[in-house]
Design a protein around this ligand. Structure first.
Ligand code: F6P
Length: 324
């Protein structure tokens, strides 16, 4: 039998569409177990400074469709120190919180792991980041929505690229991971994607130009992952090395993180939220809820944050094949 009676929930790191759906699902399923729920504002910062409110089901009504996070989020320097984490643990004890549900990406779950290790706190992680870069889950909350936002933007850029016969370098987020770049390129019918995972170490730009895309098409779109100089870097190179091309850059930036969550993200967040409470009932500690081939599972947070999640080569091949 679980000893849990009171939980705290926080969202941390970059916001991701679907975080609210996750907060709602965790709150409702905990309350239906008869547990007390504390909403913790501004992530680790709010935990350190005791920015906490008891949640009822009313606090999470009418939020499943909203982007961002009603709990707000922050990137906390203080929490990166052992002293900061000790203060966070004091708040947890003061409010009688038996377990913490942390909704966030790699950095947030690494923080959760440290807190669990140093302060003997029970933590459950929900993977929420547009980057989709956590090991142990096929999808993270927010990734599908951001992907759809990017595709919508690239469709629009395509109109002007075609009208002017231009090459567009479109920069997308993803930090060190190329999931957003690679899969938005496939979905938007882009001519190429430049991603950090392309291990072949060939000059991706030269390969793209070498494929002679401009011989058969008058315009093209290259999606560039934000890492290593991003779109500006490649646009500058083309301007210098291939002055015959008319080049433009579009950096999509934070609009990729905003907007309503897609139906898939709402469903994923709801399933993961319910699974988080199930995991606590089973006595699980310090695990992240993941989804692999549509099956929910618990994976040690230590593994989820340390191991690399590879981007399947097949996706790269699909884009290359279809971009002739
Ligand atoms: O991790 C999510 C993410 O949006 C990354 O894709 C991006 O590199 C980073 O956060 C941007 O962070 P910030 O909002 O702090 O500028």
């Amino acid at each position: 039998m679980s000893e849990i009676r009171t939980i705290g929930i926080l969202t941390s790191g970059g916001d991701a569409p679907g975080m609210n759906a996750a907060v709602r699902a965790v709150t409702k399923s905990a309350i239906s177990e008869g547990w007390k729920v504390f909403g913790i504002y501004r992530g680790w910062e709010g935990l350190i400074h005791g920015e906490i409110k008891e949640f009822s089901t009313e606090d999470v009504s009418n939020i499943i469709q909203r982007g961002g996070t009603i709990l707000k989020t922050a990137r906390s320097d203080e929490f990166r120190t052992p002293e900061g984490r000790a203060k966070a643990a004091d708040t947890i004890r003061k409010f009688g919180i038996d377990a913490l549900v942390v909704i966030g990406g790699n950095g947030s779950l690494s923080g959760a792991q440290e807190l669990a290790k140093e302060q003997d706190v029970t933590v459950i992680g929900l993977p929420a980041t547009i980057d989709n870069d956590l090991y142990g889950t096929d999808f993270t909350i927010g990734y599908d929505s951001a992907l759809n936002t990017i595709v919508e933007c690239v469709d629009k850029i395509r109109d002007t690229a075609t009208s002017h016969d231009r090459i567009f370098f479109v920069e997308v987020m993803g930090r060190d991971a190329g999931f957003l770049a690679q899969n938005s390129a496939i979905a938007a019918g882009a001519e190429a994607a430049i991603i950090p995972e392309d291990e072949t170490k060939i000059d991706q730009l030269a390969a793209y130009i070498g494929r002679g895309i401009r011989k058969s098409k008058n315009s093209s779109i290259v999606i560039v992952s934000e890492k290593d100089g991003g779109a500006m870097h490649y646009a500058e190179r083309v301007r210098k090395e291939y002055p015959q091309y008319d080049v433009r850059v579009s950096i999509l930036g934070h609009l990729q993180r905003g907007g309503k969550p897609s139906a898939s993200d709402r469903i994923l967040a709801s399933r993961m939220g319910v699974a988080a409470i199930e995991a606590l009932k089973e006595g699980q500690r310090n695990v992240m809820i993941g989804i692999i081939q549509d099956v929910m599972l618990n994976i040690p947070i230590s593994k989820a944050v340390k191991m690399d999640k590879p981007l399947e080569r097949e996706f790269i091949n699909v884009l290359n094949t279809l971009s002739i």
